[in-house]
Design a protein around this ligand. Structure first.
Ligand code: ACO
Length: 269
């Protein structure tokens, strides 16, 4: 898989996607949105990929939207502007959210504005303790546009979202973990190893059960209780069909034969 603005490295059923515009601090250009859209579609059905990890080249995660190539260069091209706007919103805030495989953000440095929507769209997020996060929009007289305001509303407490949105103050990985924007911050030297360890652990689980776990959570958020229960029953039957009842036959079956204890360990198969 070759892309102008991305690097993709597949190992141990984990695809590491690196935003690769270090000279521009991995800002999201129109081409990056096109590349990401295509890459996600290719990896969606790739049998060798069970988990995705998204990070940035060099010491930067992503400096947000490319302010020059998007906001300035496309200002007088409304059709192209809207097309890129839609792509940008779609892959970060819908494709990742409902992607049939777990997606993890690995924030290795600067993470500004539109990059918040990548982090929020991912299922899990880990950052370097010294990573720098910022809703910098207010600093240049904008607001968190596109899907960013919605991403903040989804994930952050109102006080945190509005404080950081209104002040433009930066915060580090430890604060990002404290406010629940990421799962955990690690010392920078351990970030890759620790994040990939989580990715590999998840990749070792049943892929269909992972998908049902994600979809059960994501779709239930938008549903009434009755609809969610109906959906959960349908998901259960779908899972039986997709994995040939493996959770009942192997998962419960091997426990009942004393082969392992699922409360404490994963099924060995
Ligand atoms: N869009 C376009 N180009 C960018 C962006 C961006 N978001 N961020 C950095 N660049 C470019 C710079 O223009 C510069 O290009 P040049 O070498 O051709 O002049 C290059 O990347 C390096 O930038 P520097 O500012 O020199 O790098 P430094 O490491 O000192 O600072 C930082 C990095 C803090 C990320 C700074 O570039 C910055 O503040 N960028 C803007 C961040 C931002 O506000 N992003 C928008 C969020 S809002 C949204 O996404 C909608």
């Amino acid at each position: 898989m070759q892309f102008e603005t991305l690097l993709i490295d597949k190992k141990d059923e984990v695809a590491l996607i690196t935003l690769n515009r270090p000279a521009k601090r991995n800002a999201m250009s129109p081409q990056l949105h096109r590349d990401m859209t295509a890459a996600l579609e290719q990896l969606r059905d790739d049998p060798g990929t069970k988990v995705l990890v998204i990070t940035g080249a060099g010491d930067v995660f992503c400096a947000g939207m490319d302010l020059k190539e998007f906001f300035v260069a496309l200002k007088d091209k409304p059709a192209e502007y809207e097309a890129v706007w839609k792509l940008a919103v779609e892959w970060r805030s819908r494709t990742l959210r409902y992607y049939p495989k777990p997606v993890i953000a690995m924030i290795n440095g600067y993470c500004f504005g539109g990059a918040f929507a990548i982090v929020e769209g991912c299922d899990l997020a880990f950052a370097a303790e010294d990573a720098t996060f910022g809703l910098s929009e207010i600093n240049f007289k904008l607001f968190p546009g596109g899907s960013v305001s919605k991403a903040l509303a989804n994930l952050l407490r109102p006080r945190d979202a509005l404080y950081y949105g209104m002040t433009g103050d930066t915060f580090d990985g430890a604060e990002a973990a404290r406010i629940g924007f990421i799962n955990k911050a690690f010392p920078k030297a351990q970030l890759v190893e620790q994040t990939l360890a989580v990715a590999r652990k998840i990749a070792g689980k049943d892929g269909h059960a992972l998908r049902a776990t994600k979809e059960g959570y994501r779709y239930s958020l938008e549903m009434s209780w009755d609809a969610a229960m109906n959906f959960a029953m349908a998901k259960e039957l779908e899972l039986v069909q997709r994995q040939n009842d493996a959770w009942r036959k192997d998962g419960i079956g091997d426990f009942l034969q004393g082969k392992y204890r699922p409360g404490l360990e994963s099924h060995p198969g």
